[in-house]
Every structure is written in structure tokens, then in C-alpha cells.
Design a protein around this ligand. Sequence first.
Ligand code: MN
Length: 357
Amino acid sequence: MAAFKPAFAFVADVHLRPRTWVRYPEIRGDAFRSLQQVCSYCRVSQLPLVLGGDVFDSRRPDSESVRVFNDAVATCRQPVYFVQGNHDNVSVPWPAVTDAATSIHSKVITLGDIRVYGLDWQPRGSLATALESIPEGIDVVVAHQAWEELQGIGSVDGSVSDVHADVLLTGDYHKQLELTAVRRDTGTPIRVLSPGSTHLCRLGEDPRKYLFVVGRQGTEVQWQKVPLETREYSRIRVESAEALEQLKDAVAAYPPYENPDARPVIQLRYEASLPGVVDYVQTVPLQAHWLLDAYYAAVEVEIAVDPAMDGFDSLCGAVSQMPLDARTQDIVQRLLQTPTGQLAETLQDLYTTFMAE
Ligand SMILES: [Mn+2]
């Protein structure tokens, strides 16, 4: 087999901000540490870095994040390129504000012998036109969109099949994923790499994070996965009062984590009606960061339909006539349209969205 020739490092969704969790302000620096690792890797391996959007968490990032970005990129001593994501998309991009990094939006660059074309995040209505303007002969497109082939359901921006290249490297989907689709223009395969985010950004994300080295193997563009060291993470499920007591015993026997920067995250998934969990976590002796993650084991929904209402032919139709605010209406409709066996998943989804907002 031909040897793998690295051309550049790639990550996406760095989401630079001092604190990831609004509810847990004591968890600090996770986004920074991941970017710093990526930049040291690039320095040691002498590889340019390509960032696939959402470098900053916000269109108006805080000064500390901008400072950390500039310092980290300077340690690379390698060129750094980027596209913007939906979170950090502005007309004068932040990563380039001090010339620390170079935008590759609508540009072709050659790294190794790989021709790379960049595309900033596009609103759904503009994506098709932007994809049509990808020049001929591009090996790799770097973008940041919600793609139909990756997400399957929910609101998506477009289809991977419309990308005119052999490989698509995409941010946005915080999950690490690789798949192959078929190009609509040529009928040939297009391979997609979603590197995932570089640190745990949401409950439910896979805590294992990576950077990717993209290069050439023979004639093919290939990549290799390099694990990032992220905050230690574990998930504990507490379903009963007995399980809570066992957890307390286990924790009492464990030495405390002193260094706040190194404290692990423990996601405590518990039945929402179980008493004492929140109180316990507030007084727990173990100096870990506890993320509370309630779930609902059983749900009963009662909806009263006024027989005087007319003009509906289904329960959803009836509910749509009820004077509910838009948000409640949306939640009730989603629950009504969920098959009985999948209610727990929909609830978890609603909860995750609620927490993220
Ligand atoms: Mn993102």
C-alpha cells in the first residue's frame, strides 16, 4: 500500500469561549485547551491547519477568546486557514482580524498537492448557488452546513450530492462521522468527513474528540484520526433511591480532585421524580463537575378537546386551534406526532434543546 502523505490538519466546531456551560460556570477553558493541543500538533508535525467553521462560539466573541486564538495560532508557526460557521459568521471574520489566519471562503488553495476550496456557512436559500460556483478540479471542499445525508431528519440546508468535489470536510454536525454519497453531476462517489467538535459542547455528545490529518495515499485523499485529550468524562445513571445511596458510598470512598482545571465531568442522568439528587450534588464531597441530566421514566399527557370546536379532523388539528403560545404548540404537536415507543427520545430531545437555549 502506498505511504500516507500528510498535507494538513483539520478540525471544526472549536467554539472558542471561556465557559461551555451557562449553568456550570466553574467548568472553564475546555475549548481553549483543545485548540492549543491542535496548534501544538501542527507545530510539531509541521502541518498547516484548516478550521471548518464555528471557530468562535459567537458573532461577538469575548476578548479572552480572541486572545487565546491569536496566541494558539502563533504557536503553530504554520499557515492557518478557516471558513466561518453559522455561529461566528460576520462580514469581517474574527480569525482574520489580526491576520492570524486566512479566510478561504470562495478561494482555492493547494496544500501538499490537494486542491482545497472553502465555503463559509450559507443560509439555506443561498447554498445551491454557492455549490454551483465551486470551480472544476477541486479535491476537497471545506464547508459548514447541515447536510441531509448526515442528519437524516430535522431541518437541513442541502445535499452532499450537490458538492462538486471528491471529498467534503464539514463542520456543524458535532458528531464524528464518515460516509460516502454519490455526486449528482458525475455519478462518482463523494466522501464526507465530519470531524465532530473539539470538546464536549452539549449533553448527549460523544465525549471522545479528534483532530484529523488529511493527506494523499496513492491517488486518493485520505485522513487519519488523532485523539484529543479532553476533560475526563463519565456518565452515571441513577434510577432508584437505592442507586443514589450506592453512588453516595462510591463517591465517599473516592479521593477528591484538587486541581479545578483537571476535574472530571460526571453527567448524572437521573429519574426526574427521584428526591434528593439535586441536594446531594450541591453538597457532594467529590470535587468533580456534576452535570445534572434528568429524564422522565413515565409521562402522561392529558389533552381536553372542546367538542364545540369544529373544522378539525385529527387530534393535531384540534390542538392547532387551541390558544397556545407558539413554543408550547410546537412541543405538544411534536409529542402528539411521536410514536408511543419513541416518546422518551423526543422528550430527551426537547430537554436537550431547552438546556442549550
Ligand atoms: Mn457548531
